[in-house]
Every structure is written in C-alpha cells, then in structure tokens.
Design a binder for this molecule. Structure first.
Ligand SMILES: [Fe+2]
Length: 248
C-alpha cells in the first residue's frame, strides 16, 4: 500500500493557502492538484513556495482567470503540469493521472466548454495511452482529475453544472482509485464532498483539501491475468462511446 499526502485546490483563491504560512502547513505534501478556475499566479505561488509538482486542468473560466493583462491572451501557469486531455505518470511516485478540463457547453464560443460528444471524442483519444498503462503497470490510471463532476455524482441540475455522463463511463471502465473535481461550489458544510462510484472515491475538493490518499498494491501491482490488448481496446472504446450510464 502506498500513502500520499496531496494538496488539492479548485475554483477559489483561499487566503489560508495563498499565505506565507503555506509552507509550514502544506510543505509535507507529495504534490499539488488543481481542478481548475484558478488564476495562474495562484498555482505558480504554490509551486514556488512548496517546491512540489503542481498538476492542473483548466476550468471553464480559464479564459478570464489565466489571461495576461486586461485584454491579453490566456496563459497557462508556468512551471506547472497541464493534465488537459492527457495521461501523465508522476515519475517520483509512479502515480498515473488523467485530466479532463472544462465544463458542459452552456455558452457559444466559450473555449473550455464541451458537449457530451466532444468530451467523449477527446477521451477516446486518450484510450491508447490508458491501455499502454494497463499493460505496463497493471492499471489504466490512479487519479482522474477533472473540473466537472461525473453525471449524478455531486453535480447540479443546471446546464453549466450538470456532470458528464462520459466521465461515469470512464470511471466504470478504468476504475481509478480517486476522482478529484471542482466546479460545484459547496457553501453548505453539511453537504458531503465525497461519494463512491464503481469503487472509485469521487471527491469535490472545493475550495481546497489536504488529502491523505491510499493506493493498494502500488507502485508495482501484479497483473493477475495476461491482458489482451485488442479486447481491452474494443471494450473500453465501446463502453465510453456508449453514452450515459445510470448505474452507480
Ligand atoms: Fe467552473
């Protein structure tokens, strides 16, 4: 079993984090994960003060929050690692991330908003890399980082905050140990921020969480059955493209 401490941030700059004491309180984390809608300067501050890798996806407000100057172009935080539609393995811990930026489409011409179909196609492009990890490391991925939640798990009914059905399918077929997301702001502390979906712990990290994550059998989990590449690829592509799944 591998245990990791992770600082996860999303959606709002929190003064408890954007402070000179962050090093004392968060200096022992293994890495930082951002689930989006945060200014680039906030993430740059975290990587500079903690000297830890910061993995991030953009949120739907990325255009406003990461641009340079009043009318400048959007920019990504310097020295941080973009997980947007990528599968990335952290070399130090061996943890495998996959990242899904943005929200459902609710405005025209918005840069980081996607229809269910667009999100599905982009996830399908990540499938070969996920399969490669399954063959090489015995699992597709460990932590799925997204801005939006999966459909019907901590999402809301309005079009902007409805979760993606395809994220449910992805979780069902790749079984990450954790799924971290933001986008849905939790003001009511009695509302839970954790759920389980197909054995995956889904956590809304708003506005920040110091998490103690546990991974069974890492970093070298045994593969019990010799995997068949073609059948995994067919199975995964079919299930992800199949659309909304209502099973929990
Ligand atoms: Fe958002």
């Amino acid at each position: 079993m591998m245990k990791l401490k992770v600082l996860a941030v999303t959606d709002e700059v929190d003064p408890r984090i954007y402070s000179t004491s962050v090093r004392d309180r968060m200096g022992d984390v293994d890495f930082v994960v951002s689930c989006g809608d945060l200014p680039a300067t906030y993430l740059e501050y975290l990587t500079d003060s903690l000297h830890k890798d910061v993995y991030y996806v953009l949120g739907n407000h990325a255009e406003e929050l990461t641009r340079e100057g009043q009318r400048g172009v959007p920019r990504h935080p310097m020295g941080c690692i973009d997980l947007g539609f990528r599968v990335v393995r952290d070399k130090r811990t061996g943890i495998i991330f996959a990242g899904l930026p943005g929200s459902p489409k609710y405005l025209e011409h918005a840069p980081v908003q996607f229809t269910e179909k667009q999100m599905t196609w982009r996830i399908l492009r990540m499938v070969p890399r996920l399969i490669w990890n399954r063959l090489r490391y015995g699992r597709f991925l460990d932590i799925l980082v997204s801005h939006s939640p999966p459909r019907d798990v901590g999402d809301r009914e309005d079009p902007a905050h409805r979760g993606f059905a395809v994220i449910r399918s992805l979780i069902r077929w790749t079984n990450p140990t954790y799924q971290l997301h933001g986008h849905v702001h939790l003001y009511d502390r009695s509302q839970g921020n954790c759920s389980t979906l197909h054995g995956t712990d889904v956590i809304n990290v708003y506005p920040f969480q110091k998490l103690e994550l546990q991974f069974d059998g890492l970093p070298h989990r045994d593969i019990d059955i010799e995997p068949n590449v073609d059948s995994i690829r067919a199975e995964l592509s079919h299930e992800i493209a199949e659309g909304p799944s209502t099973r929990v």
